[in-house]
Design a protein around this ligand. Sequence first.
Ligand code: NAD
Ligand code: WQD
Length: 351
Amino acid sequence: MSAPSTVLVTGGAGFIGSHACVELLDHGYELIVVDNYSNSTPQVFARVERIAGRFVGAVYDLDIRDRHALSAVFDRHPVDAVVHFAAHKAVGESTRMPIEYYDTNVGGTTALMRTMHEHGVHQLVFSSSCSIYGDAGHGPLDEATPARPANPYAASKWVCEQILADVCRRCPEYTVLCLRYFNPAGAHPSGLLGEDPRGTPENLMPYLAQVAVDRREQLRVYGGDYPTPDGTAIRDYIHVLDTVEAHRVALDHLTDAPGMHVYNLGLGHGSSVLDVVAAFSRACGRPVPYEVAPRRPGDVAELVADASAVARAWGWRPLRNLNDMCRDAWHFQRLNPHGYAGSPRRPRAQE
Ligand code: NAD
Ligand code: WQD
C-alpha cells in the first residue's frame, strides 16, 4: 500500500485543523475538508490559502454525523486517508451537555468510520487528548498509563479510542494512529491563523491573549494551592505547529504497520500557570494582570507527557518552546484583536 496523497480533514476550519491544512498543503497533499463551523468559520480558508499559496481544495459544510452527506464526499473524491479533528472539546461544557458531546464525538467518529469502511478507506489519524488520563498523579505519563477520564469530553475521547482499537483488532486492513495531545497552544507565525474561541475562552493561552489585548480585565489563575513549586497547576504546552507537524509525519507512517498505535504529543516537561503568565508578559512586553482564584472543579495538579514513544517510533520531536508559543499567540491576537470577525471569505465557487 502506498503512502496517502489525498487526505480528508474533518474539522479543518478549527484551531488545530486549519494549521494542519497549511502543513499538509505545504507538503503537497491534496485536501478535502469537511466542517460544520459549529466552532469555527469558513473565513479561515482564505488565510490558509494565503499562507500556503495554494487553494485548499474541496471544502464541504457538513456535519460528520450526516452519513449521506459524508458518503457523497467519499463518492466524489478518491480519499486515501482521513485526519479526524472534528469534535466538541470544551471540558466544562461537556459536563452540562454530555449527550451532545457523546453524539458528536463518538457518533461522529462511528459515522466517519462507517463511511470510510463503505468506501474502502482504512487509514485514520485520530485526535485524542491527555484528558483521558484524568488525575493520574505526579510525573510524566506514558501511553500505558491507565485511562481515568473525569468528564464527558474525556470519556468521549476514551470511548472513541476503544472503538478504534477494537476495529483494528477485528479488521486487519485498518491503520489508526491515535495522537493524544497535551495542551496545544500558540499560532501560525504569520499572524494569520490562531486560536479564536467563541465566547469566553476556557483555555489559558487564548484567555491570556485576550487580557493582553484589553478585551478582558485580568486572568483568574485557578488555584494557588496545588502541591507544585509555585502552587499553580502544571501542564505540558505544545506549539500548534509542532502538533500539526506530527500529523504530517503520522501520514508518512500510516503504511508502516496495520493496527492501532497510540502516541502522546507533548514537550515532556511542564509549565505552571504562573510560568505561562510570565512568558506571555515577556512576549507582549508588559505584565499581564492576574488574580489567584479558587481551583477550577475537575482540574488536576499536573499533566505532563512522557513523549518518548513518538520520538522512538518516528524520530519526531517538537521543536518549539513556551516562549515561541506565547510570541506567536500574541502576534496573532495583536493583529486580530477580535479574531477572524470581519475577515474576508474565499470566493464561494471554491466551497
Ligand atoms: P476546534 O473546536 O477549534 O476545531 C474542531 C472543528 O471541528 C471546528 O472547526 C468545528 O466547527 C468542527 N466540528 C465540530 N463538530 C463537528 C461536526 N459534527 N461535523 C463537522 N465538523 C464539526 O478544536 P481544536 O482545538 O482544533 O481541536 C481539534 C481536535 O483536537 C478535537 O478533536 C479536540 O478534541 C482535539 N484536542 C484538542 C486539544 C486542544 O487543547 N485544542 C487538546 C487535545 C485534543
Ligand atoms: C491550563 C491551566 C487551568 C484558564 C484542557 C483539556 C485538555 C486539552 C487542553 C482538549 C489549568 C489554568 C485556565 C484560566 C487558569 N483539550 N487556567 N485560568 O484544562 O489543562 O486542558 O484543554 O483535549 O484535554 O482538559 O487546559 O488551558 O483550560 O488550562 O488558571 O482562565 O490553566 O486551571 O491549570 P487544561 P486549560
